[in-house]
Design a protein around this ligand. Sequence first.
Ligand code: AMP
Length: 294
Amino acid sequence: MNENITILRRYYFPKMNVFRQYSTLNAFIDQNSTLGLVPTMGALHQGHTSLIERALAENDQVIVTIFINPTQFEHSDDLKKYPKTLDSDIKMIRNISQKIIVYAPESSDLYSKSIKSSSYSFGSIENVMEGKIRVGHFQGVATVVEKLLTIFLPTNAYFGEKDFQQLQIIRSLVGQKNLSSTIVGCSTCRNNNGLALSSRNSFLTKNETKKASFIFEQLKIAKSLWGVESSKFIIKKIKNSFSNNHDFKLDYFDIRYEKNLLNAENKSENKVRAFIAVKLGKIRLIDNLPLYEF
Ligand code: AMP
């Protein structure tokens, strides 16, 4: 049987609050209550559920979206390989609360004419790190997030600091387009060894998962040196550690201001983070850590 029909049969029941079409879902939104939105691409883990739980605590109604957005993938192969676990995602959401509304559309519901990004200018926050390596990625992210924020008009929308550059892109988008939602940044959930939870971690072997704790260890070393040594010194030291560890191939290790993502030279009043992207085996992992105390 066609996969879509199966999904429709199983989930397209209003009483279960799982929707394939936003026009049907919108009838379930109480315009007089607060609404929290948690956009995801599925393959849910505790990082996602921490956002959902926060949204539940802070809003009367919550929508979780599960949509693997095609326009943010540079290579169609990556899109094909992205884990698709709708059944277990819905179970996981049900276990948190039955009252959560799930929006799991087909592309055609969001991209009615053509599957293309809109065009945005984000300046310095787009042209570095992930934006530099994955050209067009943030244009795609901004496109789908603008659609979701415009369709559902949530009071609050929740995004993880795990993807800090993405968070700043979305804040910029909301400012530029004068959107009404408050963007809430949520701290990164990690496993017991410090590895930031990610849907991509499911592709790591057991041994690689253990080795991956090296990434958080290096971020913590950078944090301990910040304010004592210059940025240049710290970056050189961390890059050396990665060159001496042959399990990893470093894409970048940067120290940047949170606000504009420009390079930070020395400790200042402004909030600064260390950012890393690294390949472990075949899997590319990203992480970041604030270098200031809360
Ligand atoms: P994704 O499904 O990867 O698009 O992620 C959906 C949301 O979950 C994004 O706002 C991510 O930043 C957030 N997220 C992913 N991993 C984590 C994590 N380990 N801790 C907190 N938030 C996360």
